[in-house]
Design a protein around this ligand. Structure first.
Ligand code: NIG
Ligand code: FE
Length: 449
């Protein structure tokens, strides 16, 4: 944005209504992330507005202008609005960014799995624990047994922490029910939490997260479970309009690429958008499938094949790129020192997003700033590349890059004022919660106490 933008268009004729306008004043820098999806070199080219007294103006739930205070004020007055009608937030020299977007979470679950973490530290593999009925299946047992009230309470607590870390939008998956009643209960919980706000949630149906015990006992249990998902569960989920995406854990020993394709094709026919847990532990054809099926996102990608990377690169060069949503906290927590080849993706022109993968088994964290730190330290991203990964590229991975993820006039006013004043210091202060003020849809929803 060239300094400022006109207030007109998203503003009313006069600014007399109280409480509709908000000015964030005195920012030391604004990272706008404007200009759409970023891939290749543009992933790291985060232009900053810099100055003494930078301002972002919001009206109702939209951003109307950003730039030097004088310019922004002039625009507001020229649009016939009174500056007095705007509430004010003092950024005190801090960095202002778009609200962070967590494009991959398993927000709703019951129970914890710290014992399994210790088993893994003793050498047990993640899929071994799952095959023995632990792992995802132990969270499934706890989630099925939990009341709605307890599921909601746990998720609310995590959402409050996410907000304090600067997250204003998050994807949230089902997948710890693995039976129709609990899957629907999880999606209903996500819908309710989204309605409560302030963190906006994008619901994903992940009925194919693992094969539940009831089907494991049967011959061809996995195929029978896939048939149940395609024939019974997906149509119900679609008819209730409680999920925007369908996801599948496509991995050796979980669901094959063929089974994944069958589920995703059925989901697409029902109007759902697609994403995949792809190639997390071993090359399983997930990246290739994501490109072939027009998924908006392929997630994890810690072990893609060369052909998978090439397929994503080809899709990135086309009209509907698949975003590679990388989850470095998961690789870190699994202790394998095996991270997604982020630099190869960026060099190949594949747009990269970053997410927490918040879940009780492999990534018990809500903190996107920490994920940025791990991405910089372990995958060699620059802080600017990482910031792009948790803002505009994350928005595109959720199919909402035209409404959130950057500071541009007309976009939803989701903003964070940080304690720090540079992009580099966001991932630098390890494990802190550096958000000072968080704005969602033009309203202050968090202030550091
Ligand atoms: O994204 N990999 C599959 N699903 C989750 C982990 C879920 C769990 O272990 O409970 C993930 O890492
Ligand atoms: Fe996941």
């Amino acid at each position: 944005m060239s300094g400022t933008s006109p207030v007109s268009g998203t503003s009313p004729e006069s600014g007399t209504a109280a409480g509709r306008g908000l000015l964030i004043e005195g920012a030391g820098a604004i990272a706008t992330l404007q200009g759409g999806l970023r891939r290749g070199p543009s992933q790291g080219q985060v232009e900053l507005l810099r100055g003494e007294d930078l301002t972002v103006a919001c009206w109702d739930d939209k951003i109307v202008a950003a730039g030097p205070a004088d310019d922004v004020h002039r625009r507001i007055v020229a649009a016939g609005q009174s500056l007095e009608s705007f509430a004010r937030v003092d950024a005190d020299g801090g960095l202002v960014t778009p609200g962070l977007i967590d494009a991959h979470t398993h927000l709703v679950f019951a129970g914890t799995r710290e014992l399994e973490w210790q088993l893994r530290a003793g050498g047990a593999g993640y899929l071994e624990v799952l095959a023995a009925g632990g792992g995802i299946l132990s969270t499934v047992a706890a989630t099925r047994a939990a009341s709605d009230r307890d599921l909601l309470a746990g998720a609310r607590q995590r959402l409050a922490e996410m907000l304090a870390c600067g997250t204003t939008t998050a994807e949230a998956k089902s997948g710890y029910g693995l039976d129709t009643a609990t899957e629907l209960r999880m999606l209903a919980a996500i819908g309710r939490l989204d309605a409560e706000g302030p963190v906006e949630l994008v619901p994903t149906y992940l009925g194919a997260h693992a094969v539940p015990a009831e089907y494991r006992a049967r011959a061809n249990g996995t195929d029978a479970f896939v048939a149940h998902i395609v024939e019974d569960e997906l149509p119900l989920v679609a008819s209730q309009a409680i999920a925007r995406f369908c996801d599948v854990f496509c991995e050796e020993g979980v669901f094959t690429a063929v089974q994944t394709a069958r589920i995703l094709a059925a989901a697409a026919r029902l109007g759902l958008q697609l994403r995949i847990h792809a190639d997390e532990l071993a090359p399983s054809g997930g990246a290739e499938l994501a490109a072939e099926m027009g998924c908006l996102s392929a997630d994890h990608l810690a072990a893609p094949s060369d052909a998978g990377i090439e397929a994503l690169a080809r899709s990135a060069a086309g009209a509907r790129p698949v975003v590679a949503t990388l989850l470095p906290a998961t690789s870190w927590f699994l202790g394998k020192h095996h991270f997604a080849p982020a630099r190869r993706f960026i060099d190949a022109g594949v747009p990269v997003a970053l997410a927490t993968d918040l879940n009780p088994g492999t990534s018990p964290t809500v903190a996107l700033p920490l994920v940025m730190s791990i991405a910089c330290l372990e995958m060699g991203l620059t802080p600017a590349e990482a910031l792009c990964g948790v803002t505009i590229n994350a928005a595109y991975s959720l199919g909402i890059g035209d409404t959130i993820g950057s500071i541009e006039p007309g976009k939803q006013a989701d903003l964070v004022v940080w304690e720090v004043s540079t992009v580099e210091q966001l991932p630098y202060w390890l494990g802190t919660r550096p958000a000072r003020t968080v704005v969602k849809r033009g309203r202050v929803v968090f202030e550091r106490g």
